[in-house]
Design a protein around this ligand. Structure first.
Ligand SMILES: Nc1nc2c(ncn2[C@@H]2O[C@H](COP(=O)(O)OP(=O)(O)OP(=O)(O)O)[C@@H](O)[C@H]2O)c(=O)[nH]1
Ligand SMILES: [Mg+2]
Length: 361
Protein backbone atom coordinates (compact mmCIF):
# COMPACT_ATOMS: atom_id res chain seq x y z
CA UNK A 1 0.00 0.00 0.00
CA UNK A 2 1.25 3.53 -0.77
CA UNK A 3 2.27 5.65 2.19
CA UNK A 4 1.55 9.23 3.19
CA UNK A 5 4.09 10.67 5.64
CA UNK A 6 3.15 13.36 8.18
CA UNK A 7 5.91 15.97 8.29
CA UNK A 8 6.03 19.07 10.48
CA UNK A 9 7.67 21.08 13.23
CA UNK A 10 7.47 19.69 16.79
CA UNK A 11 4.06 20.24 18.40
CA UNK A 12 2.33 20.96 15.09
CA UNK A 13 -0.13 18.13 15.77
CA UNK A 14 1.24 15.36 13.55
CA UNK A 15 0.63 12.59 16.05
CA UNK A 16 -2.80 13.98 16.89
CA UNK A 17 -3.67 13.98 13.16
CA UNK A 18 -2.25 10.47 12.80
CA UNK A 19 -4.47 9.21 15.62
CA UNK A 20 -7.53 10.96 14.23
CA UNK A 21 -6.97 9.51 10.75
CA UNK A 22 -6.05 5.98 11.75
CA UNK A 23 -7.77 5.52 15.11
CA UNK A 24 -4.22 4.95 16.36
CA UNK A 25 -2.52 5.48 19.67
CA UNK A 26 0.59 7.49 18.87
CA UNK A 27 1.86 9.54 21.83
CA UNK A 28 0.46 13.09 21.75
CA UNK A 29 2.19 15.47 24.15
CA UNK A 30 2.69 19.22 24.59
CA UNK A 31 6.48 18.98 24.49
CA UNK A 32 8.68 18.98 21.38
CA UNK A 33 10.01 15.73 19.92
CA UNK A 34 7.51 13.54 21.69
CA UNK A 35 7.67 11.34 18.60
CA UNK A 36 11.05 9.71 18.09
CA UNK A 37 10.08 6.58 16.14
CA UNK A 38 7.96 6.39 13.02
CA UNK A 39 4.56 4.79 13.50
CA UNK A 40 2.49 3.33 10.66
CA UNK A 41 -1.30 3.10 10.56
CA UNK A 42 -4.13 2.67 8.09
CA UNK A 43 -6.66 5.43 7.34
CA UNK A 44 -10.03 4.59 5.82
CA UNK A 45 -10.96 6.70 2.78
CA UNK A 46 -14.67 7.38 3.32
CA UNK A 47 -16.48 7.55 0.00
CA UNK A 48 -20.03 8.88 -0.34
CA UNK A 49 -20.31 7.13 -3.72
CA UNK A 50 -20.19 3.69 -2.08
CA UNK A 51 -22.85 4.75 0.40
CA UNK A 52 -25.12 5.92 -2.44
CA UNK A 53 -24.64 2.64 -4.32
CA UNK A 54 -25.24 0.60 -1.17
CA UNK A 55 -28.55 2.38 -0.75
CA UNK A 56 -29.91 1.56 -4.22
CA UNK A 57 -28.58 -2.01 -4.09
CA UNK A 58 -29.68 -2.52 -0.47
CA UNK A 59 -26.22 -3.93 0.18
CA UNK A 60 -25.64 -5.77 3.45
CA UNK A 61 -22.06 -4.56 3.66
CA UNK A 62 -20.05 -1.46 2.70
CA UNK A 63 -16.29 -1.55 2.15
CA UNK A 64 -14.16 1.57 1.70
CA UNK A 65 -10.57 1.87 0.50
CA UNK A 66 -7.65 2.82 2.70
CA UNK A 67 -4.24 4.51 2.63
CA UNK A 68 -1.26 4.00 4.89
CA UNK A 69 -0.23 6.95 7.07
CA UNK A 70 3.15 7.34 8.76
CA UNK A 71 3.77 9.54 11.81
CA UNK A 72 7.31 10.90 11.53
CA UNK A 73 9.55 12.58 14.12
CA UNK A 74 9.36 16.39 14.09
CA UNK A 75 11.98 18.47 12.36
CA UNK A 76 13.33 21.91 13.21
CA UNK A 77 15.49 24.55 11.58
CA UNK A 78 18.91 22.91 11.33
CA UNK A 79 17.62 19.31 11.30
CA UNK A 80 19.29 18.65 7.97
CA UNK A 81 22.62 19.41 9.66
CA UNK A 82 21.92 17.62 12.95
CA UNK A 83 19.78 19.92 15.15
CA UNK A 84 16.89 18.46 17.17
CA UNK A 85 16.55 14.81 16.27
CA UNK A 86 18.81 15.58 13.35
CA UNK A 87 18.68 13.37 10.35
CA UNK A 88 16.24 10.96 11.95
CA UNK A 89 13.34 12.62 10.12
CA UNK A 90 15.09 12.01 6.80
CA UNK A 91 14.95 8.24 7.02
CA UNK A 92 11.24 8.46 7.82
CA UNK A 93 10.54 10.75 4.89
CA UNK A 94 12.56 8.72 2.41
CA UNK A 95 10.29 5.73 3.01
CA UNK A 96 7.00 7.42 2.09
CA UNK A 97 5.45 8.08 -1.31
CA UNK A 98 3.85 11.45 -0.59
CA UNK A 99 4.19 14.12 2.09
CA UNK A 100 1.54 15.77 4.21
CA UNK A 101 3.07 18.93 5.68
CA UNK A 102 1.33 19.73 8.98
CA UNK A 103 1.45 23.47 9.77
CA UNK A 104 0.33 24.77 13.12
CA UNK A 105 -2.10 27.70 13.22
CA UNK A 106 -3.66 26.92 16.62
CA UNK A 107 -2.60 29.11 19.47
CA UNK A 108 -2.13 27.48 22.87
CA UNK A 109 0.17 28.93 25.54
CA UNK A 110 0.43 25.43 27.05
CA UNK A 111 2.01 24.02 23.88
CA UNK A 112 5.48 25.33 22.99
CA UNK A 113 6.07 26.60 19.48
CA UNK A 114 4.89 29.17 16.95
CA UNK A 115 1.47 29.47 15.36
CA UNK A 116 2.51 30.95 12.04
CA UNK A 117 1.77 28.42 9.29
CA UNK A 118 3.47 30.36 6.50
CA UNK A 119 6.74 30.64 8.40
CA UNK A 120 6.53 26.95 9.41
CA UNK A 121 6.17 26.08 5.72
CA UNK A 122 9.34 28.05 5.02
CA UNK A 123 11.29 26.25 7.75
CA UNK A 124 10.14 22.80 6.63
CA UNK A 125 10.83 23.44 2.97
CA UNK A 126 14.30 24.80 3.71
CA UNK A 127 15.26 21.65 5.64
CA UNK A 128 13.92 19.41 2.88
CA UNK A 129 15.71 21.50 0.26
CA UNK A 130 19.03 21.34 2.17
CA UNK A 131 18.77 17.57 2.42
CA UNK A 132 18.07 17.38 -1.33
CA UNK A 133 20.97 19.69 -2.19
CA UNK A 134 23.29 17.29 -0.35
CA UNK A 135 21.80 14.31 -2.24
CA UNK A 136 22.05 15.95 -5.66
CA UNK A 137 25.57 17.22 -5.06
CA UNK A 138 26.56 13.72 -4.01
CA UNK A 139 25.20 12.24 -7.24
CA UNK A 140 25.82 14.81 -9.93
CA UNK A 141 29.54 14.22 -10.51
CA UNK A 142 29.01 10.48 -10.82
CA UNK A 143 26.18 11.02 -13.28
CA UNK A 144 28.25 13.51 -15.28
CA UNK A 145 30.94 10.86 -15.69
CA UNK A 146 28.38 8.26 -16.78
CA UNK A 147 26.81 10.65 -19.29
CA UNK A 148 30.23 11.66 -20.65
CA UNK A 149 31.51 8.09 -20.91
CA UNK A 150 28.62 7.09 -23.18
CA UNK A 151 27.10 9.99 -25.08
CA UNK A 152 24.57 7.67 -26.73
CA UNK A 153 22.97 6.83 -23.36
CA UNK A 154 19.78 8.92 -23.62
CA UNK A 155 18.51 7.96 -20.15
CA UNK A 156 21.77 9.06 -18.52
CA UNK A 157 21.66 12.36 -20.42
CA UNK A 158 18.04 12.98 -19.37
CA UNK A 159 18.87 12.20 -15.76
CA UNK A 160 21.85 14.55 -15.78
CA UNK A 161 19.79 17.32 -17.36
CA UNK A 162 17.11 16.84 -14.69
CA UNK A 163 19.71 16.80 -11.89
CA UNK A 164 21.21 20.06 -13.11
CA UNK A 165 17.79 21.71 -13.36
CA UNK A 166 16.89 20.42 -9.89
CA UNK A 167 20.13 21.69 -8.38
CA UNK A 168 19.60 25.16 -9.82
CA UNK A 169 16.13 25.27 -8.31
CA UNK A 170 17.25 23.86 -4.95
CA UNK A 171 20.15 26.32 -4.74
CA UNK A 172 17.55 29.08 -5.13
CA UNK A 173 15.69 27.54 -2.14
CA UNK A 174 12.83 26.19 -4.26
CA UNK A 175 11.68 22.59 -3.60
CA UNK A 176 11.37 20.41 -6.71
CA UNK A 177 7.57 20.15 -6.34
CA UNK A 178 7.41 23.94 -6.70
CA UNK A 179 10.09 24.20 -9.39
CA UNK A 180 9.59 24.73 -13.14
CA UNK A 181 10.85 21.16 -13.83
CA UNK A 182 8.66 19.31 -16.34
CA UNK A 183 6.85 16.07 -15.41
CA UNK A 184 9.40 14.25 -17.61
CA UNK A 185 12.32 15.81 -15.74
CA UNK A 186 10.68 14.95 -12.42
CA UNK A 187 10.24 11.36 -13.58
CA UNK A 188 13.91 11.22 -14.65
CA UNK A 189 14.85 12.13 -11.05
CA UNK A 190 13.07 9.03 -9.74
CA UNK A 191 16.24 6.97 -9.10
CA UNK A 192 17.72 9.78 -6.94
CA UNK A 193 14.85 9.67 -4.38
CA UNK A 194 14.66 13.38 -3.59
CA UNK A 195 12.46 14.41 -0.68
CA UNK A 196 10.97 17.41 -2.49
CA UNK A 197 10.20 15.40 -5.63
CA UNK A 198 7.34 13.66 -3.83
CA UNK A 199 3.77 14.92 -4.16
CA UNK A 200 2.74 17.23 -1.32
CA UNK A 201 -0.46 17.98 0.55
CA UNK A 202 -0.60 20.71 3.20
CA UNK A 203 -2.76 20.57 6.33
CA UNK A 204 -3.16 23.76 8.36
CA UNK A 205 -3.97 22.69 11.93
CA UNK A 206 -6.58 25.15 13.20
CA UNK A 207 -7.62 25.81 16.77
CA UNK A 208 -11.28 25.34 17.66
CA UNK A 209 -11.66 29.11 17.81
CA UNK A 210 -10.23 29.47 14.28
CA UNK A 211 -12.50 27.00 12.51
CA UNK A 212 -15.21 29.52 11.64
CA UNK A 213 -12.62 31.77 10.08
CA UNK A 214 -10.55 29.03 8.43
CA UNK A 215 -9.90 31.00 5.24
CA UNK A 216 -7.98 33.65 7.14
CA UNK A 217 -5.41 30.98 8.05
CA UNK A 218 -5.49 28.73 4.99
CA UNK A 219 -5.51 31.37 2.24
CA UNK A 220 -2.06 32.83 2.99
CA UNK A 221 -0.63 29.29 2.83
CA UNK A 222 -2.42 28.58 -0.45
CA UNK A 223 -1.12 31.87 -1.85
CA UNK A 224 2.42 30.89 -0.87
CA UNK A 225 2.03 27.46 -2.53
CA UNK A 226 0.70 29.10 -5.71
CA UNK A 227 -1.12 26.01 -6.94
CA UNK A 228 1.84 23.62 -6.54
CA UNK A 229 0.18 21.72 -3.68
CA UNK A 230 -3.31 21.57 -2.18
CA UNK A 231 -3.96 22.96 1.28
CA UNK A 232 -6.73 22.04 3.71
CA UNK A 233 -7.69 23.58 7.04
CA UNK A 234 -8.34 20.99 9.76
CA UNK A 235 -8.99 21.44 13.45
CA UNK A 236 -7.15 18.28 14.36
CA UNK A 237 -8.02 18.27 18.05
CA UNK A 238 -11.69 18.99 17.42
CA UNK A 239 -11.94 16.32 14.75
CA UNK A 240 -10.09 13.82 16.90
CA UNK A 241 -12.64 14.40 19.66
CA UNK A 242 -15.49 14.11 17.15
CA UNK A 243 -14.04 10.85 15.83
CA UNK A 244 -14.43 9.34 19.29
CA UNK A 245 -18.19 10.09 19.43
CA UNK A 246 -20.81 7.81 17.99
CA UNK A 247 -21.93 8.73 14.46
CA UNK A 248 -25.11 10.63 15.44
CA UNK A 249 -23.36 12.85 17.99
CA UNK A 250 -20.42 13.37 15.66
CA UNK A 251 -22.64 14.61 12.83
CA UNK A 252 -24.42 16.93 15.25
CA UNK A 253 -21.14 18.42 16.53
CA UNK A 254 -19.50 18.84 13.13
CA UNK A 255 -22.58 20.14 11.33
CA UNK A 256 -23.27 22.50 14.23
CA UNK A 257 -19.87 24.06 13.51
CA UNK A 258 -20.57 24.18 9.77
CA UNK A 259 -17.99 21.45 9.10
CA UNK A 260 -20.28 19.01 7.27
CA UNK A 261 -18.77 15.51 7.37
CA UNK A 262 -15.60 17.02 8.88
CA UNK A 263 -12.21 17.50 7.27
CA UNK A 264 -10.67 14.07 7.98
CA UNK A 265 -12.46 12.35 5.09
CA UNK A 266 -11.22 15.13 2.80
CA UNK A 267 -7.64 14.62 4.00
CA UNK A 268 -7.89 10.86 3.41
CA UNK A 269 -9.40 11.33 -0.06
CA UNK A 270 -6.83 13.98 -1.02
CA UNK A 271 -4.05 11.64 0.12
CA UNK A 272 -5.46 8.73 -1.89
CA UNK A 273 -5.62 10.91 -5.00
CA UNK A 274 -2.20 12.43 -4.41
CA UNK A 275 -0.69 8.95 -4.26
CA UNK A 276 -1.89 8.37 -7.82
CA UNK A 277 -4.63 6.04 -6.61
CA UNK A 278 -8.08 6.01 -8.21
CA UNK A 279 -11.30 4.30 -7.18
CA UNK A 280 -13.66 2.02 -9.04
CA UNK A 281 -16.76 0.54 -7.50
CA UNK A 282 -18.74 -2.67 -7.41
CA UNK A 283 -22.26 -3.02 -6.09
CA UNK A 284 -24.78 -5.75 -5.29
CA UNK A 285 -27.05 -6.95 -2.51
CA UNK A 286 -24.12 -8.63 -0.77
CA UNK A 287 -21.84 -5.60 -0.70
CA UNK A 288 -21.00 -2.25 -2.23
CA UNK A 289 -17.32 -1.67 -2.35
CA UNK A 290 -14.65 0.84 -3.35
CA UNK A 291 -11.50 -0.62 -4.90
CA UNK A 292 -8.16 1.12 -5.39
CA UNK A 293 -6.39 1.07 -8.73
CA UNK A 294 -3.44 2.83 -10.31
CA UNK A 295 -4.33 5.88 -12.44
CA UNK A 296 -4.25 4.76 -16.08
CA UNK A 297 -4.88 1.04 -15.43
CA UNK A 298 -6.94 -0.96 -17.94
CA UNK A 299 -9.95 -3.15 -17.20
CA UNK A 300 -8.14 -6.51 -16.74
CA UNK A 301 -5.69 -5.00 -14.23
CA UNK A 302 -8.64 -3.58 -12.29
CA UNK A 303 -10.39 -6.95 -12.43
CA UNK A 304 -7.21 -8.38 -10.91
CA UNK A 305 -7.57 -6.03 -7.93
CA UNK A 306 -10.76 -7.95 -7.07
CA UNK A 307 -9.32 -11.41 -7.72
CA UNK A 308 -6.53 -12.81 -9.88
CA UNK A 309 -9.03 -15.22 -11.53
CA UNK A 310 -10.98 -12.24 -12.85
CA UNK A 311 -7.86 -10.91 -14.53
CA UNK A 312 -6.73 -14.29 -15.86
CA UNK A 313 -10.14 -15.17 -17.28
CA UNK A 314 -11.19 -11.62 -18.20
CA UNK A 315 -13.72 -11.51 -21.07
CA UNK A 316 -15.28 -8.07 -20.80
CA UNK A 317 -16.53 -5.48 -18.33
CA UNK A 318 -19.94 -3.90 -18.07
CA UNK A 319 -19.43 -0.29 -17.03
CA UNK A 320 -21.48 2.69 -15.92
CA UNK A 321 -20.61 5.86 -14.05
CA UNK A 322 -21.68 5.67 -10.40
CA UNK A 323 -23.91 8.78 -10.51
CA UNK A 324 -25.73 7.61 -13.63
CA UNK A 325 -26.38 4.27 -11.96
CA UNK A 326 -27.70 5.94 -8.81
CA UNK A 327 -29.98 8.09 -10.95
CA UNK A 328 -31.32 5.07 -12.87
CA UNK A 329 -31.94 3.33 -9.55
CA UNK A 330 -30.63 -0.20 -10.16
CA UNK A 331 -28.31 -2.34 -12.24
CA UNK A 332 -31.32 -3.96 -13.95
CA UNK A 333 -32.87 -0.59 -14.76
CA UNK A 334 -29.55 0.52 -16.27
CA UNK A 335 -29.40 -2.67 -18.29
CA UNK A 336 -32.94 -2.36 -19.69
CA UNK A 337 -32.31 1.31 -20.47
CA UNK A 338 -29.29 0.18 -22.50
CA UNK A 339 -26.96 2.34 -20.39
CA UNK A 340 -24.39 -0.33 -19.49
CA UNK A 341 -21.33 0.02 -21.70
CA UNK A 342 -19.55 -3.15 -22.74
CA UNK A 343 -15.79 -2.61 -22.58
CA UNK A 344 -12.90 -4.87 -23.55
CA UNK A 345 -9.30 -5.46 -22.50
CA UNK A 346 -8.05 -2.03 -23.61
CA UNK A 347 -10.54 0.02 -21.65
CA UNK A 348 -8.85 2.55 -19.36
CA UNK A 349 -10.94 2.53 -16.19
CA UNK A 350 -12.02 5.95 -14.90
CA UNK A 351 -12.36 7.09 -11.30
CA UNK A 352 -15.99 6.54 -10.29
CA UNK A 353 -16.74 3.73 -12.77
CA UNK A 354 -18.95 0.91 -11.52
CA UNK A 355 -17.76 -2.39 -12.98
CA UNK A 356 -19.14 -5.85 -13.41
CA UNK A 357 -16.52 -8.23 -14.74
CA UNK A 358 -17.40 -11.13 -17.04
CA UNK A 359 -14.77 -13.85 -16.84
CA UNK A 360 -14.18 -17.47 -17.51
CA UNK A 361 -11.48 -19.66 -15.90
N1 LIG B 1 -5.24 23.60 21.31
C1 LIG B 1 -4.90 22.69 20.40
N2 LIG B 1 -3.93 21.83 20.71
C2 LIG B 1 -3.57 20.92 19.79
C3 LIG B 1 -4.19 20.83 18.53
N3 LIG B 1 -3.61 19.82 17.83
C4 LIG B 1 -2.66 19.30 18.64
N4 LIG B 1 -2.64 19.97 19.84
C5 LIG B 1 -1.79 19.73 21.01
O1 LIG B 1 -0.46 20.00 20.65
C6 LIG B 1 0.43 19.13 21.34
C7 LIG B 1 1.35 18.47 20.34
O2 LIG B 1 0.62 17.58 19.52
P1 LIG B 1 1.33 16.32 18.87
O3 LIG B 1 0.33 15.67 18.00
O4 LIG B 1 2.01 15.51 19.91
O5 LIG B 1 2.43 17.08 17.99
P2 LIG B 1 3.54 16.45 17.05
O6 LIG B 1 3.56 17.28 15.82
O7 LIG B 1 3.33 14.99 16.88
O8 LIG B 1 4.86 16.76 17.87
P3 LIG B 1 6.27 15.96 17.92
O9 LIG B 1 6.00 14.50 17.86
O10 LIG B 1 6.85 16.39 19.21
O11 LIG B 1 7.05 16.45 16.74
C8 LIG B 1 -0.46 18.14 22.10
O12 LIG B 1 -0.52 18.56 23.44
C9 LIG B 1 -1.79 18.27 21.42
O13 LIG B 1 -2.84 17.97 22.31
C10 LIG B 1 -5.24 21.75 18.22
O14 LIG B 1 -5.85 21.72 17.15
N5 LIG B 1 -5.56 22.66 19.22
MG1 LIG C 1 4.43 13.41 17.38
Amino acid sequence: MERLGLVGLPNSGKSALFNALTGGNAAVAPHPFSTTQTTVGVAQVPDARVEALAKISESRKIVHTAVEVVDIAGLVAGSATGEGLGNRFLAGIREVDALCLVLRAFDDPGVAGDSDPVSALGVLELELVLADVATVEGQIDKRRKVARADRTDAAAAAELDALEAALESLHAGVPVYRSPLSPEQRAALGPVFLLTNKPVLVVVNLGEDQVRDADAFVKPVAAELAGNADSLGVSVQLEAEAARLDPGERTELLEGLGLGEGALPRVARAAHHLLGRRTFLTTGDKESRAWTFRAGARAPECAGVIHSDLQRGFIRAEVIRWDELVQLGSWNAAKSAGRLRVEGKDYEVADGDVLEIRFNV
